[in-house]
Design a protein around this ligand. Structure first.
Ligand SMILES: NC(=O)C1=CN([C@@H]2O[C@H](COP(=O)(O)OP(=O)(O)OC[C@H]3O[C@@H](n4cnc5c(N)ncnc54)[C@H](OP(=O)(O)O)[C@@H]3O)[C@@H](O)[C@H]2O)[C@@H](O)CC1
Ligand SMILES: [K+]
Length: 518
């Protein structure tokens, strides 16, 4: 399923109207029919419906819905709008006039609204959709407060009025919808920020915009199980460890040896061919005991962290890896910064995570010049190191921040990790909306980095590995929540019931290959 912003949605509507010779009135009717179908499924024709309309085309959808309902024999349809006829867009006016011809009662005074709400069983919110452009005040705010206070079940058309359709921000106040019925694609704001909560159950209906037309426009794709299956690497009968990638993971320190351990475990369970760890000497023995499958390179160490001498050892040992992963538990020192700079200058594909992202603030030019694949996996704070934006700016409009970044760094695959994660290059963008707060824990990012690295090592496809990795990680957290297990990271990567996993990810039978007690 596609995700678009309001500008793209508007362009799509216009293209459909021009290229497919559909009139805008017809398109509005299709949108209204989609909402009517939902009402038909859930109500009888006696239901008392109040449709609250704004002045734009979202209001037009509301008027069109009222006329369709009335024409189909619904006997208790009432309209409320603060607008007079002259303020409406021409399409909205067309359907408002049709409603008048059908003798649908229409009220305009704010003081009438409370009584109307009391007399109704279902409210439909058609105040604002993708055209909401500023904060809501005055009478419109009153309308929204009264609808919310009435506790009537409410269907929002396209967007819960008051939620910005690009950012998901609540613009002062917004309708708490039980159901939001939207058209053709998800709008960014339905998935981000407050948007998700205010939408209630979100339903997207087809209004006849062809998939190819949407695919040509700037869009993101929502990650689903089916989509993820397509992104996962294939495993072959006749294969050996060399078939699935040779990875060097650089990181760890005495106080954060767990980070590289979790990353390595996740990588091993995600199907990597061979894994070598490059760690400070003082944790070498510890890791050797924890991770039997890994090879080990022990580097110069100072106070449990990489020392300056680590760089010359890395130069000597860098070899012919398929992937270098750097950052997990590495700490923030001059020596670790030098390792990051050196890795960035190599032709080997690379994943930067955790502390390596901190170093990147200095190395933006190196990142820009790099030709070999690079995956970066920042959370909002780390993303601020890579951009000139504050965390608050990034969180206020993450799609914008992601697009600016990927257009500036076309060779980079970005994994922006948050409640909604965005996985993007300048050409493709995936969005993950599943997962839960069990993942809101230190170490979770290291596991994710390990899964993505393991998948990349096998497929050598950056955005595919990153997208699938994010989804699988979140899916595991959801699975664990379902079976009500206390979620710890190790469980995230090892506790999925094996047969269930197979069912979910038919192609990736190496992930979570440790059968558990289930
Ligand atoms: N395009 C198509 O063909 C199709 C579109 N469809 C439907 O159209 C919807 C988009 O319609 P839209 O663009 O007319 O915008 P909409 O959300 O109705 O509101 C704009 C009005 O609100 C006003 N306004 C804004 N903010 C405000 C505020 N804070 N407080 C007060 N007023 C405020 C704004 O005023 P202005 O900014 O112009 O001063 C303008 O008058 C879309 O969501 C979908 O439902 C479907 O029918 C399918 C076909
Ligand atoms: K609405």
């Amino acid at each position: 399923m596609y995700i678009v912003d309001s500008k793209t949605m508007h362009r799509l509507d216009e293209q459909l109207i021009k290229q497919q010779r559909v009139s805008s009135l017809d398109l509005m009717k299709r949108a209204a029919s989609g909402v009517k179908d939902y009402i038909d499924e859930h109500h009888t024709k006696l239901v008392r419906i109040l449709i609250v309309c704004g002045v734009g085309n979202n209001g037009g959808d509301g008027f069109a819905l009222a006329s369709l309902l009335k024409e189909d024999g619904y006997v208790n349809v009432t309209l409320f709008t603060l607008a007079n006829e002259n303020q409406l867009t021409s399409d909205a006016r067309f359907y408002a006039l049709r409603c008048a011809q059908l003798n649908i009662p229409c009220f305009h005074q704010l003081h009438e609204l409370e009584g109307l709400l009391k007399n109704s069983e279902q409210c439909v919110d058609a105040l604002f959709g993708t055209g909401l452009s500023r904060g809501i005040h005055g009478d419109y705010a009153q309308v929204i407060h009264q609808i919310n206070a009435s506790k009537l079940p409410c269907i929002s058309i396209d967007m819960p009025s008051g939620i910005h359709s690009d950012t998901g921000a609540c613009m002062g106040c917004a309708i708490h919808a039980d159901v939001t019925i939207s058209f053709a694609c998800y709008k960014q704001g339905q998935l981000l920020g407050e948007g998700r909560r205010y939408c209630g159950h979100l339903k997207i209906v087809d209004i006849g915009i062809p998939h190819e037309m949407i695919a040509k426009e700037e869009h993101a794709i929502l990650l689903t199980e089916d989509k993820t299956r397509q992104l996962l690497p294939k495993r072959f009968e006749q294969s050996h460890k060399g078939s699935y990638g040779k990875v060097l993971a650089i990181g760890g320190s005495r106080s954060m040896h767990g980070a590289i351990t979790l990353c390595a475990k996740a990588m091993l369970r995600s199907g990597v061919g061979t894994l070598t760890l490059f760690v400070p000497k003082s944790i070498g023995m510890l890791l050797a005991m924890k991770l039997e499958e890994c090879m080990l390179i022990e580097a110069d160490d100072e106070n449990g962290m990489f020392a300056q001498g680590a760089l010359s050892l890395l130069k000597e040992k860098i070899g012919d890896y398929d992937l270098i992963v750097i950052g997990n538990g590495m700490g923030r020192t001059k020596a670790s910064e030098a390792l990051v700079a050196y890795v960035l200058q190599q032709d080997t594909p690379c994943i930067l995570d955790a502390d390596a992202l901190w170093s990147c603030a200095k190395y933006r030019e190196l990142i820009k010049r790099r030709q070999a694949p690079l995956i970066v996996t920042p959370h909002p704070k780390e993303f601020s190191y890579l951009t000139s934006k504050s965390t608050a700016e990034i969180k206020a409009d993450p799609f914008k921040a992601v697009r600016e970044f990927t257009s500036c760094y076309p060779n980079v695959t970005l994994v922006y990790k948050d409640y909604v994660s965005i996985i993007a290059t300048d050409k493709k963008c995936y969005v993950n909306c599943i997962g839960n707060n069990a993942l809101a824990k230190g170490g979770s990012g290291d596991v994710l980095c390990g899964i993505i690295s393991g998948l990349y090592a096998q497929s050598k496809q950056a955005i595919e590995a990153a997208g699938a990795g994010v989804y699988v990680h979140a899916k595991c957290a959801d699975e664990l929540l379902q079976v009500k297990m206390q979620t710890v990271f190790y469980q995230v990567i090892s506790s999925l019931p094996y047969p269930r996993y197979i069912k979910l990810y038919a192609n990736a039978y190496t992930l979570y290959m440790f059968p558990t007690n289930h």
